[in-house]
Design a protein around this ligand. Structure first.
Ligand code: GFB
Length: 310
């Protein structure tokens, strides 16, 4: 990419898209194109066609998606499948028709089989049954990976697919029901501390393990891969380290300074027991994460506090 290249960041207001947008600005790119979801509904094929025909971006970061935690995925199953298929089909196909030089499709670690060996290697894709709670979202993301590879095979498009692990950071979603675990626990511990609650409810058993990557680290990896990765097949992005949900809760409890107890709500699903990414392919290319979990949680908590200040 040249500093004056026209770069479209789809989903620029979300946690991932805004981190990528910030990274491109920091690197001195001056011709960035964005549209809010009210300006451009990416589920609308005609609207996306008109946008690409008019704008003709040279590079595309496809960070727009319908996303959420385990309860959101399991509740809005049709929406997660239908809306993500619409978004990625429209953006990827119009990128092909309008001669986009390179597109990056962002997936998720939930695409791997529920009980795949750990850590998850890219070649484990489609080798087993998916985790039930997020199967619709995972199927949509797998379709996006295969669509990018199919356009490379048939039309020689340089469309790459990257698979981030669980993410957190600035501009996260803190909705009590629909958020991912890390932001949800930040909100719960913060409110419990303010209210003087005796305990914070943690969903599930606390024994599943998760890996967490700070969103600005992800954006740095996406920029690195947009400059250095030009192959079919997906590539994992993560830290290569994970911890139990219980230990995550205890870490957040300590950072926020909540003095009460944890209670575990076994009526809520645990989801995948573990989904640690094998990041050797990425490390071998020369990229490694910088922000460790404890520091990242403190940064995310400060962002949360800044956003809720009246
Ligand atoms: O982040 P999370 O919602 O999604 O939940 P996944 C991870 C684990 O945290 C589950 C536990 O075992 C939850 O039971 N958990 C504990 C909580 N307390 C809470 C809480 O207050 N809120 C939430 N949300 N979880 C998602 C996929 O799976 O991972 C998405 O559903 C996406 O599609 C995302 O792939 C990266 O990590 O289980």
């Amino acid at each position: 990419m040249e500093r004056h290249s026209k770069i479209y960041v789809a989903g620029h207001r979300g946690m991932v898209g805004s981190a990528i947008y910030r990274k491109l600005q920091q690197e001195g790119y001056t011709n960035l194109v964005t549209r809010t979801s009210s300006e451009l509904d990416l589920k609308d094929q005609l609207a996306v066609t008109a946008f690409f025909t008019a704008e003709k971006p040279e590079y595309v970061f496809l960070a727009a998606a319908k996303v959420g935690g385990i309860i959101a995925n399991n509740t809005y199953r049709a929406d997660f499948l239908y809306e993500n298929l619409c978004i990625q089909n429209n953006v990827i196909h119009q990128s092909y028709l309008n001669g986009v030089k390179k597109l990056m499709f962002l997936g998720s670690s939930c695409i791997y089989p529920k009980l795949a060996p750990q850590p998850l290697k890219e070649e484990y894709l489609l080798t087993g049954l998916l985790e039930e709670t997020n199967e619709p979202y995972a199927i949509a993301k797998i379709a996006g990976i295969k669509l990018c590879d199919a356009y490379r095979a048939q039309y020689n498009c340089n469309f790459i697919s990257v698979m981030p692990t669980n993410l957190y950071g600035y501009n996260d979603n803190y909705h009590p029901q629909n958020a991912h675990v890390l932001p949800a626990l930040i909100r719960k511990f913060h409110e419990a501390k303010l209210n003087g609650s005796a305990a914070v409810i943690v969903w599930g058993s606390g024994s599943p393990m998760r890996e967490f990557l700070f969103a600005d680290d992800l954006a740095d990896a996406c920029y690195f891969l947009m400059e250095n990765y030009n192959e079919n097949n997906l590539i994992n992005i993560g830290t290569g380290e994970d911890l139990t949900i219980k230990d995550l809760a205890l870490m957040i409890k300590k950072i926020i300074g909540f003095k009460g107890e944890l209670t575990f709500d076994s009526s809520k699903p645990d989801g995948t027991p573990r989904k640690l990414m094998d990041v050797s392919k990425l490390h071998n290319l020369g990229w490694k994460h910088k922000v460790e979990l404890e520091e990242g949680i403190s940064l995310a908590y400060q962002d949360f506090l800044n956003k809720i200040k009246p």
